[in-house]
Design a protein around this ligand. Structure first.
Ligand SMILES: Nc1ncnc2c1ncn2[C@@H]1O[C@H](COP(=O)(O)OP(=O)(O)O)[C@@H](O)[C@H]1O
Ligand SMILES: [Mg+2]
Length: 410
C-alpha cells in the first residue's frame, strides 16, 4: 500500500454498480478498512442502466464505479447519458471484461478517471478509490473535538463521555477519548476503569513508537471506543511539557477518525495548545450568571484562536433547571453571549450522578438516552457524518436508491 493513500480518507460517498461477485466482495470489505471510516461505500447490484436510473433524481456520489460486460459503442453512449445526469465533479471509474488500451484511451478522453479489469482485487480497488478521493478532495485527517468548561464542575467530563459513546456506538466511528487532566482525571469513575499509566508513560510510548505499550494504556470501552487510561501520576506532580502532550495527539489521530479531548482538568497553557489545533470546540456552561460570564470571555478568546469566525465553536448549556428562578433564561443567554446555545441539557442528578456512580453510560438510562441524543447534532457537525448505520450505507438496489433520494430531497 502506498504511503500517500495510507491515511484516513476524507468524507465522501462512493457508489459501485457491480455484477461480478468477487469485485462485490472486495467492495464490501472496504467498509471494514479504517481508512474508509468516513467514506460511505454503497454497493449496488447493476450496471450503467441502474446508475442512470439512480441519478435521474438523486444527487450523484463523489465517485461512481460502473461495471460493464461490453466495451461496444452502445456502452460508451450510455456512459455519455450517465455523465449527463451526474453532478459536476463526480469521478467515474469503469470496470470492464478485458484489458484494452484503446478503450482505456477513449474512456479517459471522455473524462473517465480510470479503467480496471474485473475481478478487481481489494487492494487495487482501495488504492484507486483512495487515490481518486485524495486528488479530488485533498487529504483530510481525523477530527479533533475539544470539550472545555467555562469553570469547574459544569459537566465537561460527563458530556465528553456522552459524545464519545455517541461517536462510537451511533456514528460507528473508531473513537479515542482523552482526559487531559492527568492525575486529576475523574474519567475512570464514569467509564468504569482504573488508570494504568501516567501521562509521562503514555508520552514515552508514543515518542518511542512503542505500539504495544500504548495499546496496554488504552481501555477499550466498546468495540470502537478506546479511552486513554492515564492518571496514575501523583496529583501534586508537575504536568508534562505541552509539546510532548501534543505527541499523543499526533500519534493517535493517525489511527482514530474521531479524537475527543476533555479539557476540564487541563492547565491554561495545555488548554490553549489543544484548542488551537481542534477542529471543533464545545464550550460547556451552566445557566448561572458566574458561569455564563466566563463562557462569554472564553468564547471571545476561542474565536480569536479560530481566526475570528467561531464557525467551529458550540455552546452547550448544561444543568438547565439547577436553580429554578435564579438562572439566566434562554433568551437572555443568547442576547448576552451573542450566540444561541447549540444544545441545552437538563439538570438531572438521578441520571448523571446515578450512572456515574455505577460506571455506566448516561444512555444506559432511558431518560439519559434521550438527553444524550441532544448532543447528536453537534457531533454530526463536528465529524461531518450523518446519523446513519453502516447497514443503511451498505444497502444497494431499491432501498439504497430510495434512501439516497430521500436524502437528496432534504
Ligand atoms: N446535566 C447534569 N445534571 C446533573 N448532574 C450533572 C449533569 N452534568 C454533569 N453532572 C454531574 O456533575 C458533576 C460534575 O460534572 P463533571 O463532568 O465531572 O464536570 P467537569 O468535568 O466540568 O468538572 C458530576 O458528578 C456529573 O455527573
Ligand atoms: Mg472533569
Amino acid at each position: 500500500m502506498s504511503t500517500e493513500t495510507s491515511i484516513l480518507l476524507p468524507t465522501a460517498t462512493v457508489d459501485l454498480f457491480l455484477r461480478d461477485s468477487k469485485t462485490i466482495e472486495a467492495a464490501k470489505s472496504l467498509q471494514h478498512d479504517w481508512r474508509f471510516a468516513r467514506v460511505s461505500v454503497r454497493v449496488h447490484d447493476g450496471d450503467v442502466e441502474a446508475a442512470i436510473r439512480m441519478y435521474e433524481n438523486a444527487k450523484s456520489a463523489d465517485i461512481i464505479m460502473v461495471e460493464t460486460d461490453t466495451t461496444e459503442k452502445a456502452f460508451i453512449d450510455r456512459l455519455g447519458v450517465l455523465s449527463g445526469s451526474c453532478d459536476e465533479g463526480t469521478s467515474a471509474i469503469v470496470i470492464g471484461p478485458v484489458n484494452d488500451v484503446n478503450l482505456y484511451r477513449s474512456l479517459t478522453a471522455m473524462g473517465v478517471s480510470d479503467y480496471l479489469v474485473r475481478p478487481v482485487p481489494v487492494d487495487t480497488l482501495s488504492e484507486v478509490i483512495a487515490g481518486t478521493l485524495i486528488e479530488k478532495l485533498g487529504a483530510s485527517g481525523s477530527r479533533l473535538i475539544s470539550v472545555i468548561g467555562s469553570k469547574g464542575g459544569v459537566g465537561v467530563t460527563a458530556i465528553s463521555q456522552i459524545l464519545a459513546n455517541l461517536s462510537s456506538e451511533t456514528l460507528l466511528q473508531k473513537t479515542l477519548l482523552i482526559d487531559a487532566a492527568g492525575a486529576w482525571s475523574s474519567m475512570g469513575v464514569g467509564m468504569g476503569f482504573d488508570p494504568v499509566a501516567s501521562t509521562t508513560e503514555a508520552i514515552k510510548a508514543v515518542v518511542g513508537k512503542d505500539a504495544d505499550s500504548l495499546r496496554r494504556m488504552l481501555y477499550q470501552s466498546n468495540d470502537k471506543l478506546a479511552v486513554l487510561a492515564t492518571g496514575m501520576e501523583p496529583m501534586l506532580e508537575v504536568s508534562p511539557q505541552i509539546a510532548q502532550f501534543e505527541e499523543i495527539l499526533n500519534t493517535t489521530m493517525s489511527s482514530y477518525p474521531v479524537v475527543i479531548v476533555d479539557l476540564s482538568g487541563a492547565g491554561p497553557a495545555l488548554k490553549k495548545s489543544i484548542l488551537t489545533r481542534s477542529h471543533e470546540i464545545m464550550i460547556v456552561s451552566t445557566p448561572t450568571l458566574a458561569s455564563l460570564r466566563s463562557a462569554r470571555s472564553l468564547m471571545t478568546e476561542v474565536k480569536k484562536l479560530q481566526g475570528g469566525k467561531g464557525d467551529h465553536l458550540d455552546l452547550i448549556v448544561n444543568m438547565a433547571g439547577i436553580a429554578p428562578g435564579k438562572e439566566v433564561p434562554k433568551g437572555d443567554i443568547k442576547a448576552a453571549l451573542d450566540h444561541e446555545p447549540e444544545a441545552i441539557i437538563p439538570f438531572d442528578p438521578k441520571v448523571f450522578i446515578g450512572t456515574e456512580n455505577e460506571g455506566r453510560k448516561v444512555s444506559a438510562d432511558k431518560v439519559g438516552a434521550e438527553i444524550a441524543m441532544k448532543l447528536m447534532p453537534l457531533l454530526q457537525k463536528a465529524t461531518g457524518l450523518r446519523h446513519e448505520t453502516n447497514d443503511d450505507a451498505a444497502q444497494g438496489g431499491a432501498l439504497g436508491s430510495l434512501m439516497s433520494k430521500l436524502k437528496a430531497k432534504k
